[in-house]
Design a protein around this ligand. Sequence first.
Ligand SMILES: Cc1cc2nc3c(=O)[nH]c(=O)nc-3n(C[C@H](O)[C@H](O)[C@H](O)COP(=O)(O)OP(=O)(O)OC[C@H]3O[C@@H](n4cnc5c(N)ncnc54)[C@H](O)[C@@H]3O)c2cc1C
Length: 468
Amino acid sequence: MTDTIEKPQADWSEVAAALAPVEIIDEPVLVKKRSRDFFWYSPILNAQLRRCFGDLVAQPKTREEMAHCLAVAYARDLPVVLRGGGTGNYGQAVPLKGGLIIETTGMNRILEIGEGYVRVEAGALMADINAALIPQGWEMAMFPSTQDIATIGGFVAGGSGGIGSIANGALREKGNILQLKALSVEADPLEHVFDAEEALQIHHAWGLNGAITEVTLRTVPTRDWVGCMASFDDYRAAYEAGYALAISDSIGRKLCSVVDARIAGYFPKLEGHIQAGRDLLVTLVPREDMAAFRDLVAAQGGTLDLAMTEEERAEKGVPHVFEFAYNHTTLQVLKADRSATYQQLGVPDPADADAVVSVAEAIGDDVWHHHEFARLDGAVMTADLPIIWFKDEARLREIDGIYASHGFTVWDAHTFHVEGGGLKNADYRHLAWKKRMDPKGLLNPGKSQVWETVRHLTADEIEAKAKD
Ligand SMILES: Cc1cc2nc3c(=O)[nH]c(=O)nc-3n(C[C@H](O)[C@H](O)[C@H](O)COP(=O)(O)OP(=O)(O)OC[C@H]3O[C@@H](n4cnc5c(N)ncnc54)[C@H](O)[C@@H]3O)c2cc1C
């Protein structure tokens, strides 16, 4: 199903003039750069998206300026793509139909820090939010490993969880997103407030149903985290240690990742810090729980190769341990060899070592495993984010099939449709709000396959489908 929004034939110098006083970028090379995200992790998406570019970039500094951008686009029927840091993996921020890119990084003020919450503008970088919180005794409940360049608006619109999720659950879980404010795309854009659970109407909608201006998130008391890497003789042992840590009630941790020794071979910045050729457990443990963690590693037959506080890490110039976890693992390999790609897979219950080892044996040597442990609705869940040495799409789909036949869930990382990846099915609540907030369907056109089938309905009729 294709979207009915077509690439606009606008007079872009007229649009640029109408956007004043908002700053714009019209230099084609720079516009092209801001039309990309990390879709190139996928050779399939790379072929589909690498020639999709926007026409003009607007850089609002306030919500009034953002409202002005949206009004200008509405008046001229221009497609609009919101963009934070452009670190999404599925072409989420790629303008499929050209048009206006609204880059939010100028809207970056931290508005309020209180007991257990932070209120910020949507374009604030997560590393800056954490840097403001920590001296006041707080930190973000979770953040992606891209925190240095990714915005909080991009995280709530495109992300799902990250470092901290093993302690505090997924972003979408109750109490993690406290409030979102978002502008509609109308002649006179209105700011809507989505409190608590209502925020899920906008969360993970890929900027399809509103332009987020402000985010209020839960924060947690900060701790003196020690970045650790323990190494093991084989993957089973590393995985069992990771699982034991993930389900531990006595050891605090905000990251729990297991990485195949062959992937760790692509971490040159860790040379001299970890033993070569061994499978890794990568974690962040509070200083006061280090003795218990050491015992756990020893009991599982491992060696604690690296343990650094934040000060030691900064002094030695070693990257954060989380830059060797989540999707950064894939990035470390891709820096050396662009023939790698990845996939996202949910390990079925019980997510024990037998489950992961038996699928590994069935698949073969072109897939190198990497598991992340997180908490979902209170229970520990495990995801495999393997490196896949890409041959062709047929082999990739064969690998998906082997995982599926072992009971794994495939959250396809090789589609640019919101319904294709993590979301799986249509979210009619998202689309009902799209109808209310974006009646012309200008926001991020082409990313929802289902929108075209419901856009003729009223918002209430679309919402009713959520109950079917
Ligand atoms: C190496 C690597 C590691 C990653 N690790 C994680 C991880 O651990 N967890 C995770 O969840 N993700 C992860 N990601 C994906 C991504 O980095 C995060 O989701 C990040 O938070 C996106 O923020 P951004 O500012 O870059 O968003 P962008 O890529 O700019 O945008 C993402 C989506 O949000 C929309 N959007 C942006 N701003 C707004 C706004 N103000 N209003 C409405 N819509 C908006 C965009 O249109 C787009 O659809 C990773 C990606 C990479 C490349």
